[in-house]
Design a protein around this ligand. Sequence first.
Ligand SMILES: C[S@@+](CC[C@H](N)C(=O)[O-])C[C@H]1O[C@@H](n2cnc3c(N)ncnc32)[C@H](O)[C@@H]1O
Length: 236
Amino acid sequence: MFWRMTELAQLVLARYVREGDRAVDATCGSGRDTLYLAERVGPTGTVYAFDIQEAALEAAKARLLARGLSNVVWIPASHAEMEAYVPEGVRAVVFNLGFWPEGPREIVTRTDTTRRALKAALRLIAPGGVAVVVAYPGHEEGAKEAAMLEAFARRLPYPAYRAFDVRLTNAPGVAGTIRAAEADPIAREGRSTRVGVGRMSSADDGQGAADRSGPGVSSGVPPVLFVIEKHGEHWR
Ligand SMILES: C[S@@+](CC[C@H](N)C(=O)[O-])C[C@H]1O[C@@H](n2cnc3c(N)ncnc32)[C@H](O)[C@@H]1O
């Protein structure tokens, strides 16, 4: 079976998250990452789960309740406001961008709030922690988010931060989509609506319909995983 990017994201998280840690699921949805984190941090740790859709949080709550997990703080607010809810000293923050597959598809993560949320996450994360983001460049807003993430990650000071991404090397849709968006100076700042992805949408990595979430799935353009490790002082 092919790896899903969301599975790779959890594998990366496993390298960092330990019992007793604080962790954040910035895009809770049905709570798959929340569940994963809650199991890893255990009863002595805490997971902060954000979503702007109450219905998603309710679905996630039910999922965790069924597993007997109560170490989650449920937060019906934008992840851009996470510093108002989460104390410093977080080990990991995970984002799975795009829309909630079980809800209205027009409610998607947005480039500007994603950027604000990621900056907040990097301030909250303790040295030795990580931010993990699965982005879906196969739809217009997702292409802008992916371009923003790449530009953002490139500007982070090294070695205080070490940023890398995982993408399908031989899927022209992914690399091409991000490069196309980057070439657009407005898209680079995440404000453009001019990023064209239609011509890339024939790319197929084989994980398309099997992937569990995100708008990139339906277009056939596979997702990209961004990982940012924090080694040094808080970044602003
Ligand atoms: C791809 S889904 C997440 C899927 C989830 N990881 C799961 O296991 O089901 C993206 C989620 O982000 C949420 N979202 C969109 N904008 C948000 C924001 N500004 N703050 C927090 N959540 C947001 C959506 O409501 C949606 O549930």
